[in-house]
Design a protein around this ligand. Structure first.
Ligand code: FES
Length: 136
């Protein structure tokens, strides 16, 4: 086996290629930002990296991450796709990247517009009563 191949295998082992269960591609640091501005995509990337590390999911923890220059959706970003499922995500800002709503509130200070399900349903019902034909 060549020296180069051995070095590549060692690097692959360090970043967890062989044990990866998922691979997240995030449109980030784009040459021509279209789906969101570059700073927003970099904030999402920094948060994703930190969050995966906090959860022990990076560097051999089972989740690989890659910056994608453009995923060709080019609207509503940051855009992400997760393999092997091939599930696509839009607006991947830190609140979307956090799995727990409690952590969103505690770590990011995010406050929901409507704090509970009853308020969400009540305001949606009021809107539908005023707009029986929806957006026209
Ligand atoms: S610029 Fe983000 S998907 Fe194209």
């Amino acid at each position: 086996m060549s020296e180069e191949l051995l070095r590549q295998q060692a690097i692959a082992g360090t970043i967890g290629v062989t044990g990866a269960r998922r691979h997240i591609f995030l449109c980030c640091d784009q040459t021509t930002p279209k789906c969101c501005d570059r700073e927003r995509s970099l904030a999402a990337w920094d948060f994703l990296k930190r969050r995966l590390k906090e959860l022990g999911l990076s560097d051999g923890g089972g989740i690989l991450r890659t910056k994608a220059n453009c995923l060709r959706i080019c609207e509503g970003g940051p855009i992400a796709v997760v393999y092997p499922e091939g599930t696509w995500y839009r607006a991947c800002d830190p609140p979307v990247l956090v799995a727990s709503s409690e952590e969103i509130v505690n770590k990011l200070g995010w406050k929901p517009t409507y704090p509970g399900l009853e308020e969400i349903i009540a305001t949606a019902w009021e809107w539908h009563k005023k707009h029986p034909l929806g957006y026209e």
